[in-house]
Design a protein around this ligand. Structure first.
Ligand code: 13P
Ligand code: G3H
Ligand code: ZN
Ligand code: ZN
Length: 340
């Protein structure tokens, strides 16, 4: 299928909320991890979301070039070509973008899509995230208002974040505190500033103890009921059931119970990176250890071309990552639900 059009993406999100499932959103950093994601979604017969972080985009441009817009554009153009060969709908998204990177990432990408739409084409990406969790809520929502209008002009969905996700991204490392839980007041202020879709479509990363990465059991305390409280409070005031389309960050390492409970409160997108990174790298480690004297020229020998050809271990890596993604589709109940 071609990459999801704005209409198909809207239908994907609406259907997920209506039918109570969510899409995995998989971070990719190369054509190969993208191919793995497409394969994983196709094998699960699930539509899905592929996303690029600012660091991923920089890496994609070439590790010495380091230009986020170049890398994100290249990945998206490549995806627009190869996605055609898979029987599922894939939306392209960009992940966490803090304030100091907006001018070098989300704003120029929005401009590229606005130009495409003005020329009668579809946008390059279907959604972008503005991560204002490091600035005060008022400023977060004021920047969100401006970006929502720009996104609307390009038929793009905006993701925003209230509360803070733990881990490297938001600089909250090691500590678990109340900032990791969004409040009903934050949610009310969000609706005040952005309405509920009438001024442009957005999805909301409301946090409930989420932390990026995988930790030993007991470290992360997810409280999905925070999402229910937020949905119920806004529903009571605005008369819409489950008003927000919610995003679950830090999906790696979460239990099936936590995932299913969050989905039941209106999560439509769950980000997974760390677990799929491991699933890609694990078979490579296996290959290198098992073929030690093939990938290395041990004791003056010549090694084995078949062992060090990047395709030989790359295929195993893709398969490992694809399997983890199919598993995520089952956990999130998107498996078997591809639109058409
Ligand atoms: O939230 C994420 C990307 O935005 C992914 O988090 P994990 O690496 O914990 O899965
Ligand atoms: O937001 C978290 C994702 O895992 C992205 O990570 P990254 O910035 O290292 O690419
Ligand atoms: Zn954040
Ligand atoms: Zn995240």
């Amino acid at each position: 299928m071609p990459i999801a059009t704005p209409e198909v993406y809207a239908e994907m999100l609406d259907r997920a909320k209506r039918e109570g499932f969510a899409y995995p959103a998989i971070n990719v950093t190369s054509s190969q991890t993208l191919n793995a994601a497409l394969r994983g979604f196709a094998e699960a017969e699930s539509d899905g979301i592929v996303q690029v972080s600012t660091g991923g985009a920089e890496y994609l441009s070439g590790s010495t070039v380091k230009d986020m817009v170049t890398g994100a554009t290249a990945l998206a153009e490549y995806a627009h070509v190869v996605a055609d060969k898979y029987p599922v709908n894939i939306a392209l998204h960009t992940d966490h973008c803090p304030k100091n990177k907006l001018d070098g990432f989300v704003r120029p990408l929005l401009k590229i899509s606005q130009e495409r739409v003005a020329a009668g084409q579809n946008p390059l990406f279907q959604s972008h995230m503005w991560d204002g969790s490091a600035v005060p809520l008022e400023e977060n929502l004021s920047i969100a208002t401006e970006l929502l209008e720009e996104a609307r002009k390009a038929n793009i969905v905006l993701e925003l974040e209230i509360g803070v996700v733990g881990g490297e991204e938001d600089g909250v490392v090691g500590e678990i505190n109340e900032k990791l839980y969004s409040t009903v007041e934050d949610a009310m202020a969000t609706v005040e500033a952005l309405a509920l879709g009438e001024r442009g479509r957005y999805i909301l990363a409301a946090t409930f103890g989420n932390v990026h990465g995988v930790y030993k059991p007991g470290h992360v305390k997810l409280r999905p009921e925070v999402l229910k409280d937020i949905q119920d409070a806004v529903a009571a005031k605005h008369g819409q059931e489950k008003p927000f389309y919610l995003v679950f960050h830090g999906g790696s390492g979460s239990t099936l119970e936590e995932i299913r409970e969050a989905v039941s409160y209106g999560v439509v997108k769950m980000n997974i990176d760390t677990d799929t990174q491991y699933a890609f790298t694990r078979p490579v480690a296996d290959h290198m250890f098992k073929n030690y004297d093939g990938v290395l020229k041990v004791d003056g020998d010549v090694g084995n071309k078949k062992s060090y050809d990047p395709r030989s271990w790359g295929k195993a890596a893709e398969q490992g990552m694809a399997e983890r993604i199919s598993h995520a589709c089952e956990n999130l109940l998107s498996a078997g639900k591809k639109l058409r």
